[in-house]
Write a protein that binds this ligand. Sequence first.
Ligand code: NAI
Length: 343
Amino acid sequence: MLKHPDYDEHERLVYAHDPNSGQDAIIAVHSLALGPALGGVRFRAYPDVAAGLTDALRLSRAMSYKNALGGRPFGGAKAVILGDPASAKTDALLEWFGREVARQGGDYICAEDAGISPEDISVIARKTRHVRNIAADRGGPAPYTAYGVFIGILATVRQVLNSEPTGLTISVQGLGGVGYALCERLHRAGAKLIVSDIDSTRTDAAERDFGARVVSSADAHRVAADVFAPCAFGGILNEQSISELQAPVVAGAANNQLATAEDDLRLSRRGITYSPDYVINAGGIRATEAPGIRFDHEAALRRVEGIEETLLEVLSAAAATGTPTSAVADALARQRIGSGQRR
Ligand code: NAI
């Protein structure tokens, strides 16, 4: 385990087996330096256990970095339930997982993620109080994430293109909870939209509501645009796609946008400004309240707006030192986690 390429001195790694359902789950707690470790639980049919482990290790570290740069009083964790949610998800299994969360004694706070809905979190909560239903009465985290990405795009185009969004062309890939809400804001701000999604009902709606131009998902990154905003899936920025990018700015919601660590350097060598994913997509986490504190929508929005300051700090340091933005953000996050450890 200690030689696993994605092991990064994680505080705790739990492998749990439910004898009743035969399902397995992994809880990866990356850091507790800044507070209890908050992170989603993902329910997914991984090809094998190794793929689930890799996801949990990587995503838990990303959560530590996201929480640290968001100024949140949380460490980072991620859990995965290994299975197909369509066939394997039952209340009994979710309650079993809730007991596993309870056994972490509050060190792990679980929230929704891919394959886990706010309703599922309520089932898990029958067995543990260490859950967060992020802004459940406000439509979940997606509207806050979208607002944060919007704020981040504005900050980036002001810094890099010396421009406001009015008249800019923005290619949004993925029109789900985050992508569609982002389009609404960009449209209101006067941007021209190019959109793509594998679900034509989403693109039809964007065409109708925002006068967006629809392209295929494969073309989303290579159309002429000022900003490419990936809001569908990770790994979109790879050697091939980076060589084809036409936009001078990449700023979107998708997690793990860089396929490999070298892709950050590839972007910076091409003079493309990349707003690191976990900085710009932290709106949902920033909106989340610490345990025991009542949720306040307006206060949550102010915290989301803090993305601008963090992003400008990263972009300025990257420009001043010639270091890729993602490397700058990682270093800043590690520094904040390190100062928490010393407290
Ligand atoms: P979602 O599941 O609501 O929407 C995803 C959209 O992408 C769907 O409309 C789907 O049809 C589309 N899509 C799937 N494959 C595609 C492809 N190959 N090409 C084009 N479109 C495709 O997801 P959501 O919540 O909008 O999240 C979007 C991204 O942002 C994900 O990568 C997610 O991990 C990330 N993210 C979401 C957060 C949230 O608060 N929901 C927080 C941080 C990151």
